[in-house]
Write a protein that binds this ligand. Structure first.
Ligand SMILES: CC(C)(COP(=O)(O)OP(=O)(O)OC[C@H]1O[C@@H](n2cnc3c(N)ncnc32)[C@H](O)[C@@H]1OP(=O)(O)O)[C@@H](O)C(=O)NCCC(=O)NCCS
Length: 372
């Protein structure tokens, strides 16, 4: 690995940048004018790598407005210094700068006929997520890659929460509850059988088109019945998800199940709140070693409006960190993508409501085990 130092470009670097660009690219070159514009743009970073006082490479990182994405718009290393780890060092420095600016994900495009760059990105953990047809001036396609760059630093202020991926499409609630319970008490088993048991206890039976998921009443009862303290926060009274099914028979089943849950809750010490659970309360609970599971709308995550349970792990002044039990393997996701997922606080606020006309807010906070 060759030694290099990094700094941001200034107008004095334009001559050497243009010369490097000419040597590194045959098409889609960035013009002198464009380089100047990027240098003047306070949001973006034109990062230079110098070796022995000479320009050895650069990386241009664009910080999009209104999103938490950064994008490597261009990267190049002088031919004489390639293959010595400089490309890797520049990408890592670009990621550090973008993460410092609050960006969660780095994205980039690369020509399909650029094996050196593709090999580099794959080695650095970038995942391919799409293709842009006819993207370059010579009509070549571009492969799109991305990598998460901002990670939660575990801190003693919040409970350590083990991650557990849901086994079926309809067990996000049980999987989230399992994570919360096992964080509060490490003896709580994290098994598929336990996940399915909780689903059988807590399901609303019907919801949308498929199997019913779980509601907050049922999940709070499952936690209580395993010896945990539990508080349920539900912004609406009456049966939940009633409007997601059409047939009167299904509506009636939902009503009966709801009445049953209310009856069972009446036999326990579960506190039922009908006011919204604020982020301040979520943070207070976490700092006290309690773990909230909350219902979100997946609209902000993947543009589908599905009610979905997640476990809240930590809160800082920028982000709320979630364990999302759903791993979309077909989209190339791995477990690592769904642990401590950082969600902008403002987006979290919108996300933690399900439905448009009368948004439902629902959460269960799992507290310490009751003394027998
Ligand atoms: C892509 C680029 C920035 C990489 O810079 P670099 O300093 O050589 O990067 P590194 O030394 O850190 O790593 C390069 C990797 O590519 C591999 N590589 C080099 N030539 C390769 C080839 N023809 N096929 C496959 N892999 C190749 C190297 O072996 C190395 O991987 P390894 O360390 O696992 O062996 C540089 O090649 C470059 O400037 N190319 C021209 C401009 C360009 O294509 N930019 C990318 C636009 S998306």
């Amino acid at each position: 690995m060759i030694q290099s130092s990094f700094r941001l470009a200034t107008a004095d670097d334009l001559d050497s940048l243009v010369a490097l660009e000419d040597r590194c690219f045959h098409t889609d070159r960035i013009s002198r004018r464009s380089f100047r514009r990027f240098i003047d743009m306070p949001r973006d970073r034109l990062l230079l790598a110098e070796h022995q006082g000479q320009l050895a490479g650069y990386c241009l990182v664009l910080m999009k407005t209104n999103t938490r994405m950064a994008r490597i718009y261009s990267i190049a290393v002088a031919p004489e210094w390639r293959g010595a780890g400089l490309g890797e060092a520049i990408v890592r420095e670009a990621e550090r700068q973008a993460a410092k600016a609050g960006r969660i994900v780095m994205r980039l495009e690369v020509r399909t006929d650029n094996p050196a760059a593709i090999a580099l990105y794959e080695r650095l953990g970038y995942r391919r997520f799409g293709t842009l047809r006819d993207y370059y001036q010579d009509h070549q396609d571009a492969l799109r890659f991305e990598r998460r760059i901002l990670f939660y630093e575990p801190s003693a202020e919040f409970p350590a929460i083990p991650y557990y991926p849901q086994t079926t499409d309809f067990t996000c609630g049980p999987a989230s509850l399992l994570m919360a319970m096992s964080a509060v008490d490490e003896r709580q088993p994290l098994t598929t059988l336990e996940e399915l048991r909780i689903w059988r206890e807590a399901t609303t039976i019907f919801m949308l088109a498929g199997h019913g998921g779980c509601g907050p009443h049922g999940l709070a009862l499952s936690a209580w019945n395993r010896g945990f303290n539990a508080t349920a926060w539900i912004s609406q009274e009456g049966p939940l998800f009633r409007e997601t099914v059409r047939s009167p028979d299904k509506k009636r089943v939902l009503e009966l199940v709801h009445e049953g849950f209310l009856h069972d809750i009446g036999q326990t010490g579960i506190e039922l709140h009908h006011d919204p659970l604020t982020l301040e309360e979520i943070e207070r609970a976490l700092r006290a070693g309690q773990v909230p599971v909350i219902l979100i709308s997946t609209w902000q995550l993947n543009r589908s409006r599905v009610p979905h349970w997640v476990t809240v792990c930590a809160v800082d002044d920028q982000f709320v960190y979630l364990h999302d039990p759903e791993v979309n393997v077909e989209d190339g996701e791995t477990i690592a993508d769904n642990q401590y997922l950082p969600i902008d606080r403002r987006i979290f606020d919108r996300m933690s409501r399900y439905g448009r006309s009368q948004p439902l807010q629902a959460a269960v906070i799992v507290g310490p085990k009751r003394t027998p």
